[in-house]
Design a protein around this ligand. Structure first.
Ligand SMILES: CC(=O)N[C@H]1[C@@H](OP(=O)(O)OP(=O)(O)OC[C@H]2O[C@@H](n3ccc(=O)[nH]c3=O)[C@H](O)[C@@H]2O)O[C@H](CO)[C@@H](O)[C@@H]1O[C@H](C)C(=O)N[C@@H](C)C(=O)N[C@H](CCC(=O)O)C(=O)O
Ligand SMILES: Nc1ncnc2c1ncn2[C@@H]1O[C@H](COP(=O)(O)OP(=O)(O)OP(=O)(O)O)[C@@H](O)[C@H]1O
Length: 530
């Protein structure tokens, strides 16, 4: 059920805060935030009803937080904030430089506005007093899927649930559109306060590495945090894998989490478990980690997915299944189940919920979404090397069939992964069709060439039989893939998943891979799933 369909980010902002806030005096807020009043309006004492760090989405009664960004200073846009109804402002000393003499709202100063933002929002919205129980999932891949599975388990247990992540947010089934994977701290505290008002008891939430770097999840404490995996991505922000790991590891500290569940099937998971700063349960799919608390055993195919047993080293057992394709969905399902157990749910109660509701088979939009079966035609969100390799390995062509992949790389993001993704595609597929993803502000042609160069290198040195094509726009590439396909082949259109538009030089161009793939299959006489 889509309860809200706001047209603008400012309209959306209304749903990211409680319906009514008691209000807090600006002086009281400054006192708790350590903000020092300055300027001409020292005695003004407005009531603060909300908080925003984006001037364009300020609501009447807000305190506007003027942050120092990587590109601009938010204080430059204070007049927009005032026009939208801001009644006070908190900024840093650099921000004061942008304020004219005639500013009509009182101002206070803190040393670092971004660092103070979460505590300010917590204060304004009262999330320190009342907030749902939080399940946080971090890692390079699998966050969205695992949070959907956690929510489905909690629903099957009869809880009133919420979700915060890349595809959407939801509160008791009512959908609120998402902009970021993890919203800004101001919006997070607002939406959690709203969910608390609606008696949501538990929320499954994605915690991106950006959110940890930018302080978006400050002043929150997760009941259980889960780690999926760490592979190359976002090095434009983090620089090195070690820094990327250290950023993720911040979630697993007593300040932020009560308990943790860590997949130890990669070296970073093992490092995280070794340093365990909170009570931590470990989990493995891999025979190489017999010391893990929980292990996946008795794996068997079940439909397109798998059934499995989760066995604790103390002998406890849980039977589970997921109909979602790919071993990685067994990993996601196992993590979701152990996180719910770690939150205090009894094993028998969880087993009954798994048996009755099949929650680990929940459909996740654009994640291994099957559009046709002959040829196998799947849309997936894999947009880094590890996910692409795993997604390709998990689509199974028929006898003598080939794997065909259509994908691209994002502009203005981690450029180092482009040739690597090309190479992965050429190692795991027989026909590689390189196309555009979100070019953002970059020229898409060189991006495609960088991706294709990685594929070409594998073709030249390892797999001479692979075909590599460079085709744009994306809809044409999808149609080309289908034109090459036989009924026994398998096609993966990867990278955009649930997205319904591409960002081309700041313009949203309508495009839904699921629609394009279905159209192309029909055009070439193949049957699609409804
Ligand atoms: C890299 C990153 O995360 N940047 C975030 C950061 O930007 P920034 O520090 O550069 O800020 P800035 O653009 O200089 O702006 C500073 C201030 O001026 C204001 N401003 C700026 C320009 C303007 O024209 N008007 C205006 O009012 C801004 O609202 C802000 O208050 O602070 C901004 C304000 O909150 C965020 O919008 C912005 O997220 C951008 C939009 C973004 O795309 N982030 C992505 C990469 C992200 O966070 N992704 C992760 C998931 C990644 C994944 O796993 O795939 C996520 O959690 O979503
Ligand atoms: N546990 C996993 N390990 C590796 N790859 C996975 C895993 N789970 C999902 N994937 C792959 O990664 C893609 C993205 O999955 P999902 O959306 O669940 O992850 P995410 O961490 O939320 O990603 P993002 O942060 O980019 O939104 C899937 O479409 C699939 O190809």
């Amino acid at each position: 059920m889509v309860a809200q369909n706001p047209d603008t980010p400012r309209e959306l902002e209304r749903y990211l805060r409680p319906e009514n806030t008691a209000g807090l005096g600006f002086d009281q807020l400054c006192g708790t935030a350590g903000a020092v009043r300055t300027g001409a309006l020292l005695n003004a004492a407005p009531q603060i009803l909300g908080v925003s760090l984006n001037p364009q989405i300020v609501q009447p009664g807000d305190v506007f937080l003027g942050i120092s960004g990587a590109k601009r200073h938010g204080a430059e846009f204070v007049e927009t904030a005032v026009a939208n109804g801001a009644v006070a402002m908190i900024t840093d000393t650099a921000g004061l430089e942008f304020l004219g003499d005639g500013l009509s709202i009182p101002v206070a100063v803190v040393a670092d506005v971004r660092k103070s933002a979460a505590a300010i929002a917590q204060n304004v919205y009262g999330t320190d007093q009342r907030s749902p129980k939080l399940f946080g999932v971090t890692g390079t891949n699998g966050k969205t899927t695992t949070t959907y599975m956690i929510r489905a388990i909690l629903d099957a247990l009869g809880e009133e649930t919420g979700l915060i992540g890349t595809i959407e947010m939801s509160a008791r089934g009512q959908i609120i559109p998402s902009v970021l994977t993890t919203p800004e701290s101001t919006q997070l505290h607002g939406v959690l306060a709203r969910m608390a008002q609606q008696d949501v008891s538990s929320v499954a939430m994605e915690v991106s590495s950006h959110s940890l770097s930018y302080g978006r999840v400050d002043s929150l404490r997760f009941a259980v945090s889960g780690y999926t995996n760490l592979t190359q991505d976002h090095l434009d922000l983090h620089g090195t894998m070690d820094e990327y790991f250290e950023t993720k590891a911040q979630l697993f500290t007593a300040e932020r989490s009560e308990r943790a569940v860590v997949m130890v099937d990669d070296q970073y998971g093992q490092r995280l478990a070794e340093r365990a700063l909170v009570p931590t349960e470990t989990l493995s799919l891999d025979e190489a980690h017999p010391s893990a608390y929980w292990r996946v055993t008795e794996l068997a195919h079940s439909g397109l997915g798998h059934s499995f047993t989760l066995r604790h080293r103390d002998g406890r057992e849980l039977r589970a299944r997921t109909l979602l394709p790919g071993m990685f969905n067994v990993a996601n399902g196992a993590l979701a189940a152990v996180m719910v157990l770690a939150s205090g749910v009894e094993l028998d109660t969880l087993q009954r919920a798994l048996n009755a509701g099949d929650p680990l088979s929940v459909a996740v939009p654009g994640r291994m979404q099957v559009v046709g079966e002959s040829p196998v035609a799947v849309v997936d969100f894999a947009h880094n090397s590890d996910a692409l390799a795993k997604a390709l390995d998990s689509i199974r062509p028929g006898e003598q069939g080939r794997r065909i992949v259509v994908f691209g790389a994002t502009g203005e993001r981690d450029k180092t992964k482009r040739p690597d993704m090309g190479a992965v595609a050429a190692r795991h597929a027989d026909i590689v069709i390189v196309t555009d993803d979100d070019p953002h502000g970059e020229d898409p042609a060189p991006i495609r060439e960088q991706v294709a160069s990685g594929a070409q290198q594998v073709l030249d040195t390892e797999r001479p039989g692979v075909q590599v094509h460079n085709i744009a726009p994306r809809a044409k590439a999808v149609e080309f893939a289908v034109s090459l396909a036989h009924a026994n082949d398998a096609i993966l259109v990867a990278g955009r998943g649930h997205e319904v538009s591409q960002d081309v030089a700041g313009i949203d161009v309508e495009l839904d891979d699921r629609v394009e793939l279905a159209k192309a299959l029909n055009l070439h006489g193949f049957v699609t799933n409804s």
